[in-house]
Design a protein around this ligand. Structure first.
Ligand code: GDP
Ligand code: IMO
Ligand code: MG
Length: 425
């Protein structure tokens, strides 16, 4: 039995939900370690599409125990809606979902500050999901955040809330010219969450480490992707956490020596939602065509995703930073009808060839991709059940991705359904 981190190796929406759900069939524990309701993880069961935001994608297998770790920022309003939603689909949640008592809460003022700041930034906005993620992590690091444990003690909660509201109201009024928030209502609402959330709260660090000690199968689910990482992504156009592998250790309290495998999920091409550099982005017309072919609209906000060719520089960097042991390639089928498919192998900047992703935003914005061209396969891959059943051009495209990223492929997804998956030996 083993511990596997499954994370996004591009800009998010790589298909982590499908892969985590699939591998959960043989897992005992599935744990989320960072992010919050900015995530939208889609799982398709039969013909039905289920989108999860905070609950791990393993919840749709009745035998799993699911953890929301200390590194996640939790919006209790969305969480309770999600619990009800998952229950309404016929899955038991009570006794299977465990929330870290150390996790921080997203408060109404975090959401308001997120959207207000984005509106004030105008053209230079980040294009956040508006879920209050950044402001909640700011408070965590500013050491004034409110944690799940604080819900369990009324006077601590009221005291911390009052202090926070006093300063947040000043910012809202004086900087953004907004009305202040109703302190009493927020206290009442959060005391109500205390009542509901209590049953799920647990020392999840003990739970997951005991599961590892007992040689159980543990999956660790990332949200967002490597290029949205606060340290390694296209800063400042990133999210406010570490979706990279190190985040799994701090976001759950699992030591790095306990991790056996790190599976990087990548689309067979590239997408991004929100603002910021994306070197291989298509021009408008082809981008529109790919968006239609891939159904590329955000699972959380419904925004159209920007589309581009596979960027091997990005995934090579993701392989290094995360110590990827394997790749899961998703959405290969989306390329089925294209006569020519390109891979970006390096960039050109001011006449120089660059093989590594630069840190300077102004350089990132001017990178010219160096492409190599591959012939398309022009037939459906959706029914393929083994690597050998794929057309030769698809196989050589995949072999080249593996070679350029120096990472073996362990899984190929050729459709959104569980059955549309090829496991490599
Ligand atoms: P996540 O955030 O990484 O879990 O990914 P999202 O759920 O936001 O976006 C991935 C989308 O692609 C979802 O609509 C999935 O149902 C869909 N999907 C996943 N794998 C495949 C695949 O192999 N082929 C196709 N056509 N769709 C897929
Ligand atoms: P999953 O887990 C794709 C993007 C936002 C924005 C930036 C910052 O479904 O892959 P935030 O709200 O986090 O402060 O926004 O990050 N973003 C995502 N893009 N998939 C996601 O999650 C994302 N979560 C955040 O669009 O550019
Ligand atoms: Mg998503």
């Amino acid at each position: 039995m083993s511990v596997t981190i499954i994370l996004g190796a591009q800009w998010g929406d790589e298909g982590k939900g499908k892969i985590v759900d699939l591998l959960s069939a043989k897992a005992d524990v599935v744990a989320r370690y960072q992010g919050g309701p900015n995530a939208g993880h889609t799982v398709v069961i039969d013909e039905e599409e289920i989108v999860l935001h905070q609950i791990p994608s393993g919840i749709l297998h009745p035998h799993t125990r699911c953890i929301i770790g200390n590194g996640v920022v939790i919006d209790p309003v969305i969480l309770m809606e999600e619990v009800d939603f998952v229950k309404s689909k016929g899955f038991q949640v009570d006794g299977r979902l465990f929330i870290s008592h150390r996790a921080h809460l997203i408060m109404p003022y975090h959401k308001l500050l997120d959207t207000t700041r984005e509106a004030a930034e105008g053209a230079s906005k980040i294009g956040t999901t508006g879920r209050g993620i950044g402001p909640a992590y700011v408070d965590k690091f500013d050491r004034c955040g409110i944690r799940i444990v604080d819900l369990l003690d009324r006077s601590t909660l009221a005291e911390k809330l009052l202090k926070n509201l006093e300063s947040k109201n000043k910012v809202l009024q004086r900087i953004y010219d907004r009305d202040s928030m109703d302190t009493e209502k927020i206290i009442q609402d959060y005391l109500e969450f205390d009542r509901r959330i209590d049953a799920y709260v647990k020392d999840t660090t003990l739970l997951i480490n005991r599961a590892i000690d007992a040689s159980e199968e543990v999956l660790i689910e990332g949200a967002q992707g490597t290029m949205l990482d606060i340290d390694f992504g296209t800063y400042p156009y990133v999210t406010s956490s570490n979706p990279t592998a190190g985040g799994a250790c701090t976001g759950l309290g699992v030591g790095p020596t306990r991790i056996d495998r790190v599976l990087g999920v990548v689309k067979a091409y590239t997408t991004r939602v929100g603002m910021g550099p994306m070197p291989t982005e298509f021009d408008t017309e082809f981008g529109d065509q790919m968006r239609q072919l891939g159904g590329e609209y955000g699972a959380t906000t419904g925004r159209p995703r920007r589309c581009g060719w596979f960027d091997a520089v990005v995934v090579r960097m993701a392989a290094m930073i995360n110590g990827l042991t394997h790749l899961a390639i998703t959405k290969l089928d989306v390329l089925d009808t294209l006569p020519e498919i390109k891979i970006c192998t390096a960039y050109r900047y001011q006449g120089r060839v660059m093989e590594h992703y630069p840190a300077e935003l102004w350089i990132q914005e001017q990178l010219e991709p160096v492409y190599e061209s591959h012939p398309g396969w022009l037939c459906s891959t959706q029914e393929a059940h083994s690597f050998d059943e794929l057309p030769e051009n698809a196989r050589s495209y995949l072999r080249r991705i593996s070679e350029l990223t120096r990472t073996p492929i362990s899984l190929i997804s050729v459709g959104s359904k569980r059955s549309q998956t090829i496991f490599m030996e």
